[in-house]
Design a protein around this ligand. Structure first.
Ligand code: GLU
Length: 375
């Protein structure tokens, strides 16, 4: 840790580096910036040489593939994006292979969909493959499987995909290489008094407000998805940094103290199962809890029906739900022991009344503390 309280990149044993399309692909020509990628590969080789395991999450398949299919208009339809991804991904993988091959590093391609990380069995399977590749010394290069992922079943942005991978793989640092050097108190393009934030120990509502709103009609990228990624990563015990990737050798610059924003990892070391819960991207319901229940959760206790004031959404027993405080800010995630219909019948009631209200005796807790992660 440096004098500023920022963690050092060199401390990371298992590192995930996310690279955005804007860094890899020249906007005007649609061509891959191989020089930049070679310089990044040099940085990745340095990390590997010092003994770190390295996973890359790279965008760029759509941006790269468009030109080769003659899709030069600005707006392309989803099926055209999928077609572009199918051709761009080959080029992307090839570019990584040649850049990392210069250092005799073997590249392995993994294409994931949302379900591969959300469904526990597929999640474990993907994790096994990645662990095997790391053990064998390869660098996995991951992207979303855009050719088959339609809107509803899509991550849509590689910031959250990278955070999900970092949590899934128990990585200790996630680097988001971006076209901005970190988080500001307001959008620095719009507000000249915006302050730079070098370190975030806890992602509060105030920090979230700094990201502003997601750009209209634009689901991927931006500070909003970066903060969502930070939440997933830190809850999974992984620290995260947003750093400027536009320069060549961005990881070397980061190691040399370039300006960046670090988000510190959550203090509670989580089990693999809890990391999976924390990272679930599509919780199907929401439970609002009162101040007393909130204090109980924060001191490590389970969520009882008595502390719940509202149940929103449709979910079945065992589904992932979000827990909100009365101010609407997310405080936890967990697997609910009752369906939404049952939860509505028992909310606000003592656990001893569950049997009378439902006609059978279930668990005392709505979410047991083993199934709950504070966010
Ligand atoms: N998976 C998309 C691609 O490779 C990029 C998603 C994003 O922009 O984060 O083109």
């Amino acid at each position: 840790m440096s004098a500023t309280g920022q963690p050092a990149l060199a401390e990371a044993k298992r590192l995930v580096v996310k690279i955005g399309s804007a860094l890899l692909v020249d906007e005007a020509s649609g061509a891959l910036r191989q020089d930049w990628l070679n310089a990044l590969a040099d940085d990745l080789a340095v990390q590997k040489d010092r003994g770190a395991e390295v996973i890359v999450v790279s965008s760029g398949s759509i941006a790269l593939g468009r030109r080769h299919l003659g899709l030069t208009r600005k707006a392309v339809r989803l099926e055209e994006q999928q077609a572009a991804a199918a051709t761009g991904q080959i080029r992307l993988a090839h570019a990584y292979q040649s850049a990392l091959g210069r250092h005799d590093i073997t590249v392995a391609q993994i294409l994931l969909t949302l379900a591969d990380t959300e469904q526990r069995r597929r999640h474990l399977n993907a994790r096994n493959t990645l662990n095997t590749l790391l053990r064998l010394g390869a660098v996995p290069v991951i992207n979303e499987n855009d050719t088959v992922a339609t809107t509803e079943i899509r991550f849509g942005d590689n910031d959250r995909l990278a955070a999900r991978v970092a949590a899934m793989m128990n990585a200790d640092a996630l680097v988001l290489l971006s076209d901005i050097d970190g988080l500001y108190s307001a959008d620095p393009k719009l507000d000249s008094s915006a302050r730079f934030i070098p370190l975030v120990a806890t992602i509060t509502g105030q920090i979230e407000a700094m990201a502003g709103r997601a750009p209209v009609g634009y689901s991927s990228g931006g500070m909003v998805t970066k903060l969502q990624a930070a939440r997933i990563a830190v809850a999974g015990g992984c620290r995260m940094v947003i750093a400027d990737g536009r320069r060549k050798h961005p990881l070397a610059a980061l190691a040399d103290g370039a300006r960046c924003t670090w988000f510190l990892a959550g203090v509670e070391p989580l089990t693999a199962r809890k990391r999976w819960i924390a990272g679930s991207l599509k919780p199907t319901g929401r439970l609002v809890v009162d101040a007393g229940a909130l204090r109980a959760l924060q001191s490590g206790r389970s969520l009882l029906p008595a502390g719940v004031t509202a149940v929103e959404g449709l979910f079945e027993r065992g589904d992932a739900v979000v827990v909100l405080g009365t101010d609407g800010v997310e405080v936890a995630r967990g697997l609910c022991a009752y369906s939404a219909r049952e939860a509505r019948l028992i909310l606000g009631h003592k656990s001893s009344e569950i049997e009378a209200r439902l006609g059978y005796r279930g668990r005392e807790e709505l979410i047991h503390r083993d199934d709950l992660v504070l966010m």
